[in-house]
Design a protein around this ligand. Structure first.
Ligand code: GLU
Length: 447
């Protein structure tokens, strides 16, 4: 057993015992632990402070009942959470996810990832995550509004611009943020930037909606540039049909990439000659309407393969942009067989541990989500500073800023990830983020 492996196993034993059954959380912790424990061991300040062990125990976990009335007049009860993981370098910051499958384990893993992601942005942002086991599919606008209001009735006690600043995530977009912010403002009697992803009419930032997907493309451009290559003419397979997937596709098309797939749980849309902007717009509209993508209009030149994954196509770059653990060992095998040169994560932890091992052993250059999908939270950080100053920047200025932030994240991960003449972006991102958070935690003493 290597020293690194033994250290990781010893570290994980009590963490696993204390969080039994929280598999996604343990998966996220183990992946970081394997990269940073040797750094912690070799730095007496970090080791004495037990930085990583502290980070595995969120500052606090808030769980609450959400009671609301559906259109039929029936009372509905859901469970809501906010996980405030770490505020060492700034207020807790991270999205809210509404999905029937959401568990505390998922929110703890997402909060944990967010601490490292947010540190990489270079902005003063701590980490957290929240959400509810609420299924918005098939719900009317009025039901969504009442759910958001009931959710915020509880959440509003625990958030604020210097305390905790939620934003969107899966199934929480501009509409839900509008309802959540409206409820917050009315409950508090104050107009303050306690949520990001707001509409432009009430304190939102230009480019926030586009930021995660566009930022992902800026990140892979930085990777390609570093390798003396370019995105132009590259075939790109994207999974997902949501905000991240469609904006990554849109930006890739603008940069002369050939987007060959988008997908959802029912199957994959394929465009062998590349999606047009019209085709991306159609997918976006279908998603907004809650309609499926299985029957595209003929003029868009798309074909739909039921139950297929994007990874059986021929492509150079894989961008998983759907959800956690969407790529298992078999899918990783397909990505390797497709001859991909880059796999960059638009979703948070889309690879299972087995898939990650397979990709690590291949020739593919892998970019972890905490680096490659940090564009969204980065523009949330800029939204917070625009709110604090009451001054707003143009879309062009924010876009330039986004590009620069993604290039800086790339540079931080590359500087810490040099290994045998190559770059290990996973290790580089974990170590760079860990050092920043660890320096703050050790400065505070034992608190
Ligand atoms: N949910 C996004 C993420 O995973 C954005 C969070 C935010 O803007 O606070 O990073």
């Amino acid at each position: 057993m290597t020293d690194r492996h033994a250290l990781t196993q010893t570290f994980m034993q009590p963490v696993t015992a204390r969080n039994s059954g929280q598999d996604t959380f343990l998966q996220a912790v183990e992946e970081v632990a394997a990269d940073v424990l040797t750094i912690e061991k070799n730095n007496p300040d970090y080791a004495t402070a037990k930085v990583l062990e502290r980070l595995t125990e969120p500052d606090r976990v808030i769980s609450f009942r959400v009671t609301w009335v559906d259109d039929a007049g029936d009372v509905q009860i859901n469970r809501g959470w906010r996980v405030q993981t770490c505020n060492a370098i700034g207020p807790y910051k991270g999205g809210l996810r509404f999905h029937p499958s959401v568990t505390l384990s998922d929110l703890k893993f997402l909060g944990f990832e967010q601490v490292f992601k947010n540190a990489l942005t270079g902005l003063p942002l701590g980490g957290g995550k929240g959400g509810a086991d609420f299924d918005p599919s098939g719900r009317s606008d009025g039901e969504i509004m009442r759910f958001c209001q009931a959710f915020m009735t509880e959440l509003s006690r625990y958030i604020g611009p210097d305390m905790d600043v939620p934003a969107g995530d899966i199934n929480v977009g501009t509409r839900e943020i509008g309802y959540l912010f409206g409820a917050y403002k009315s409950l508090k009697g104050q107009f303050e930037g306690a949520i990001t992803g707001k509409g432009m009419a009430f304190g939102g930032s230009a480019m926030r909606v586009e930021a995660t997907g566009y930022g992902l493309i800026y990140f892979i451009q930085a990777m390609l540039d570093h390798a003396g290559d370019t995105l132009s003419g590259k075939r790109i397979a994207i999974s997902g049909k949501g905000n991240v997937a469609t904006h990554a596709a849109e930006k890739a098309i603008c940069e002369d990439g050939i987007v060959v797939t988008l997908s959802d749980t029912s199957g994959t849309l394929i465009a062998d000659d590349g999606f047009s902007q019209d085709a991306v717009d159609w997918v976006r509209t279908q998603k907004q309407k809650g309609a499926d993508i299985s029957d595209p209009p003929a003029h868009l030149n798309l074909s739909f393969e039921k139950d297929a994954l994007p990874w059986d196509q021929s492509f150079d770059i894989a961008l998983p942009c759907a959800t956690q653990n969407e790529i298992d060992a078999n899918a990783a095998h397909s990505i390797i067989n497709a001859g991909a040169i880059i796999l960059a994560e638009g979703a948070n932890m889309p690879l299972t541990a087995d898939a990650l091992d397979k990709i690590a052993q291949s020739k593919i250059t892998y970019a972890p989500g905490k680096a490659s999908n940090a564009g969204g939270v980065a523009i949330s950080g800029l939204e917070m500073s625009q709110n604090a100053h009451g001054q707003f920047e143009s879309a062009d200025a924010i876009d330039q800023n986004l590009k620069k932030i993604m290039q800086d994240i790339h540079a931080r991960a590359a500087a810490e990830g040099r290994e045998d003449g190559k770059i290990n972006y996973r290790r580089g991102a974990n170590v760079a983020a860990y050092r920043k958070v660890a320096d703050a935690i050790t400065a505070f003493g034992v608190v």
